[in-house]
Write a protein that binds this ligand. Structure first.
Ligand code: TZP
Ligand code: MG
Length: 213
């Protein structure tokens, strides 16, 4: 086990970063303020940065967070390993769960995005013991992710959350106005990008979101 013990409590308020949305406040400043406000896990996500730039950002973020919460990275499992991050999150179109787990080792966090019951059943069947959680969504349509899959809505989220054997994190279009309803579906946590990264006050935004739990 790593120092965070991979408790599902770490999924309660899951921040996914977007460097463009936090540009004026600064990525590191935004993340640290959000942790002060109650964020329990951080995922570094940048679809545009080179691997070299992403590695540098990952190292800086790791040093700044200093173990207060787990830091994982989106897609780039090799960078998670090289920068000694706490884990990675992958999607259906990325490298396989087996490959990712082999690179990361047993102690790291590994999460997988799920959009349908069929995907969840496949995951239960093949990868149950290799994953720490599943990301369910998008719950609502969102401008943050281009070409996202069909939103599952609160009802779809509720179905998937109840069916999941693995801890669950809801994602997509979640904000302070709908977070309570999202938590009430029974998911372990909520993941947000714009509700924190685009907020004027990321600490207050995180406080408001975790208060809906
Ligand atoms: N995966 C599914 S929706 C999404 C990702 C990364 C973006 C969520 O962004 P926001 O701003 O919280 O709606
Ligand atoms: Mg991906």
């Amino acid at each position: 086990m790593n120092k965070h013990n991979k408790s599902a409590d770490a999924l309660s308020l899951y921040l996914v970063t977007d460097s463009a949305l936090c540009a004026d406040k600064g990525l590191i400043e935004t993340v640290l303020a959000a942790i002060d406000g109650g964020v329990t896990l951080v995922q570094l996500r940048d679809k545009h940065a080179s691997d070299e730039a992403l590695y540098t950002t990952a190292c800086e973020l790791k040093e700044a967070i200093a173990g207060r919460v787990p830091l994982v990275i989106n897609d780039k499992v090799q960078i998670a390993h090289k920068a000694k991050l706490d884990g990675a999150h992958i999607g259906q179109g990325d490298l396989s769960v087996e490959q990712a787990r082999n690179i990361l080792g047993h102690d790291a966090w590994l999460g997988l995005s799920i959009n349908t019951l069929a995907q969840l059943q496949q995951t239960h069947h093949h990868h149950l013991d290799l994953l720490d959680y599943v990301g369910l969504g998008p719950v609502f349509a969102t401008a943050t992710k281009q070409d996202h899959a069909e939103p599952i809505g609160l009802e779809g989220l509720s179905t998937l959350s109840k069916a999941s054997v693995l801890p669950t994190v809801a994602i997509g279009g979640i904000n302070h106005a709908n977070a309570r309803q999202v938590y009430q579906t029974g998911c372990h946590g909520i993941a947000v990008v714009s509700a924190i990264c685009a907020a004027d006050d990321p600490k207050q935004a995180a406080e408001l979101l975790i208060a809906q739990r």
